[in-house]
Design a binder for this molecule. Structure first.
Ligand code: ADP
Length: 779
């Protein structure tokens, strides 16, 4: 309990302070003196006074100069140093003992600069005090608005008096001065807090109140001040006006009273007082103004203090005690200090305000601390709740995402099956010689299937990229080869629109420039970007330009002269299914997955796609790639002969009857011998007999199997058959076809090391895949 400790300390100090006087062990106390106007050297008429004295007997009013004379009788001259202790002595003074000037403070010139009466201990060296009567002369000057006069004097051995005097000074001067400067400093800190949070006006009011009150309190202990008296007068009056304003504003805020209606009239009043007093500077009108202003400030103050006390008692009792003691105490002490300046109270009295004001600060500091602690608790609680809610939402999102993925996976799997069959059947149909009307229909059918396939392929690509199932194989790639492959695929589309499709290398580099990348992935990226460029350009052309970017990198830019992309769309076009201005989702305008795949693929390659575009002028998509200086690359697209599968035996396991038939017929049309089964177990049952009866030339070269089969799945089937045939010395290559988009299944399949082809696929891709497999086997 910190406050208890502080309260105890304060108690001890107060006790010390009250005992201070009693502790003094005076040897001789002087209370009889004479007072004369003017300096002692002027020898004006003296009158007898009792100390403490405040000039009232002589009717002298500060600012003025006066002379005190007193006598100390000594039985014999002391042999050790003595001292003269005067607890109240104006800041301007000169002390002479037996004609020897012992001290003179601020008595040069004729200016009255005294601000306070303070305690002094003047050393009386050996031989100054003599046996018999000793004459003491004290010249004093006192400034206006301050209590003049001196306290009784005490003379005694300095060694005995020093400690007691020091305690007294520290309790009556140092302590209140330090307390008030400290509070002023802390109040400045509150003003800074208000700057950081201007909406918390109460910080401003309280900070302002405390800064001004505490600094003014500290001024009570200032020995002298050199400023012109009218200015000091004006400053004090203004400080009263401003403090009253802040007191009212703070008190009202503390009591939660709405200030909005009274704050402006209050401001006007304060400014009027300040300006009015400045105008009346050095004239008697200032006193008139005081007569008007002080009662108003007093009444305002009383109302506010009542409000503050009422509010405080509705809160914590410790705060209530301080918030009562502080403002009420300050109020009483202001009245006391006012009286102190009049002749009703002795000069030995103390200013009370410097002791009471800091209590207000303490009281409000408790309020602030409680607020601070409450806010911290609240924010901690909110943080915890927020974290819990975020975690809950995240869980819910994960569940929703998983079920979405499952739904998509099964929906697209079920769609792939028939789409693959339709695709193959349409290819077969187109190989037939048919009437022109039927041909037109099959062409349209082919187009529709192609669009459906591209959607499914896109979805699968996204799933595979998200599942991390795409392995990147960095190798030196000849850019020209990639460009040729892109040209082969996209030239017809460009020609159909009358667009020029050009590829350009840097001036000083040959077409054999190679980069270090994955040939398949970069081909996909460039093809997608070029296809888009052609799709969104009506006239002009498409340019694929290669630039050097530093020594180690190349930048491939795909420029078009098309419709362009507005700045606010340039980021969104990379989202899945986002298409600019295709809210009707016209499928002839693409499906909106291309750029999503491009961005994912690029990031797999460790690169970024950037886009610059101007609406109506065209766009430029770009990707950077690291240069490779070794000039080797793989061919990208193989070409196919008339009956590419002639003489091969193909076994097909597919549970979907239409797709099974379509696959079978397709392979037969390429010259292969085909056998089909609806599921893996049927094949395994027949296998021993098949191998026994068929001669070597009829043994299978290739197994094409669906992945999802009733009973044993395609992966298990291909592994079992491969193991079986290996024992009989037959090597077989397998192709698993799969319609799965479930990332987990995709990851499992790609980890198996088997060649997998995603459904749906066109006959060209199937053939490409089979030939590649055959080549690999031959190698
Ligand atoms: P898709 O082309 O299938 O619609 P993409 O993901 O490839 O899907 O592109 C998304 C959108 O970005 C397109 O619908 C189109 O509005 C815009 N876009 C892409 N490339 C270009 C381009 N070169 N010029 C103008 N707009 C483009």
């Amino acid at each position: 309990m910190n406050w208890l400790k502080y309260a105890r300390h304060l108690g001890v100090l107060l006790v010390l302070w009250t005992l201070g006087g009693a502790w003094a062990a005076p040897s001789i106390v002087v209370t009889n003196a004479t007072l004369a106007k003017g300096l002692c050297s002027e020898h004006q008429q003296e009158i007898a006074v009792k100390l403490p004295d405040d000039w009232k007997a002589h009717n002298i009013k500060p600012p003025a100069v006066a002379c005190y004379r007193a006598k100390i009788f000594m039985a014999h001259s002391p042999t050790i140093a003595w001292a003269l202790r005067i607890d109240r002595l104006p800041g301007n003074h000169r002390i002479t003992v037996n004609g020897i000037q012992l001290t003179t403070r601020h008595m040069e010139g004729a200016d009255v600069t005294s601000m306070a009466t303070l305690p002094y201990l003047i050393e009386l060296p050996v031989n100054v005090l003599l046996a018999g009567d000793n004459d003491i002369e004290i010249d004093v000057r006192m400034g206006p608005f301050r209590k003049p006069g001196i306290s009784p004097m005490t003379a005694g051995p300095i060694a005995l008096m020093r400690a007691d005097f020091d305690t007294w000074t520290s309790l009556t001067v140092d302590l209140p001065k330090t307390l008030n400067w400290t509070v002023a400093g802390m109040a400045l800190f509150l003003l800074l807090a208000w700057r950081a949070r201007p909406s918390d006006k109460v910080f401003a009011y309280f900070g302002g109140l405390m800064v001004i009150m505490s600094s003014r309190n500290a001024f009570y202990f200032l020995e002298t001040i050199g400023w012109p008296i009218p200015i000091v007068d004006w400053l004090f009056f203004s400080s009263h006006a401003v403090t009253s304003f802040y007191l009212v504003a703070f008190g009202m805020s503390y009591a939660n009273v709405d200030l909005s209606r009274i704050i402006n009239p209050l401001r006007v009043l304060v400014v009027t007082f300040i300006l009015g007093s400045f105008a009346a500077l050095g004239t008697p009108h200032l006193d008139t103004l005081r007569l008007i202003a002080y009662p108003i400030m007093m009444i305002g103050g009383i109302v506010v203090v009542i409000k503050v006390v009422q509010t405080a008692w509705k809160r914590d009792w410790v705060e209530a005690v301080f918030m009562t003691a502080g403002p009420v105490g300050t109020y009483i002490s202001v009245a006391h200090d006012y009286l102190f300046l009049t002749p009703y109270l002795d000069v030995t009295d103390l200013y009370w305000t410097p002791y009471c004001t800091p209590i207000i600060f303490l009281g409000y500091a408790l309020t602030l601390m409680r607020k601070f602690v409450d806010t911290m608790n609240l924010s901690e609680r909110m943080n915890i709740t927020l974290e819990e809610r975020v975690a809950e939402r995240t869980r819910a999102l994960e569940v929703a995402n998983q079920s979405k993925t499952r739904f998509l996976a099964s929906a697209s799997h079920d769609l792939r099956q028939p789409t693959a069959a339709i695709g193959l059947l349409v290819s077969l149909l187109r190989q037939q010689k048919v009437a022109p009307e039927v041909k037109e229909l099959t062409d349209m059918l082919d187009e529709a299937v192609a669009s459906m396939e591209s959607l499914l392929v896109g979805l699968l690509d996204i799933s595979r990229l998200d599942a991390g199932a795409v392995q990147v194989q960095f190798q030196p790639v000849c850019l020209n080869d990639v460009f040729q492959a892109v040209r082969v695929h996209e030239k017809s589309a460009a020609d159909a629109k009358g667009l020029q499709l050009r590829f350009r290398f840097p001036a000083n580099a040959g077409p054999h420039l190679t980069v270090l990348t994955d040939p398949v992935l970069i081909h996909g990226v460039l093809r997608n970007l070029v296809a888009n460029a052609i799709r969104y350009t009506q006239q002009g052309g498409v340019l694929v330009a290669v630039r050097r970017h530093g020594k180690r990198r190349l930048r491939i830019e795909i420029w078009d002269t098309g419709i362009g992309i507005a700045p606010d769309q340039q980021e969104r076009i990379f989202d899945e299914f986002y298409q600019v201005g295709n809210s009707a989702r016209d499928r002839t305008r693409g499906i909106g997955l291309g750029l999503a795949i491009v961005r994912r693929t690029a990031s797999l390659l460790g690169e970024q796609i950037t886009v610059k575009s101007r609406v109506g002028r065209g766009s430029c998509f770009a990707i950077e790639l690291p240069l490779n200086h070794v000039n080797t690359s793989k061919p990208v697209a193989p070409s196919s002969p008339q009956h590419p599968m002639a003489g091969r035996n193909a076994w097909i396991v597919e549970d979907d009857p239409i797709l099974r038939r379509a696959l079978g017929e397709m392979l037969q049309s390429w010259g292969a011998q085909v056998r089909t089964w609806p599921d893996g177990e049927a094949l395994l049952d027949e296998l021993p007999q098949l191998l026994a009866t068929t001669n070597r030339a009829q043994r299978p070269d290739i197994l094409i199997t669906d992945y999802r089969l009733p009973g044993i799945n395609g992966l298990q089937l291909s592994q079992t058959i491969q193991a079986y045939l290996r024992e009989s010395g037959v090597s077989l290559y397998t192709l698993i076809i799969s319609g799965d988009t479930d990332p987990a299944e995709i990851a499992r399949l790609s980890a198996s090391g088997q060649v997998v082809m995603a459904k749906p696929f066109r006959s060209e891709r199937l053939l490409e895949q089979l030939l590649a497999l055959h080549q690999a086997k031959a190698a």
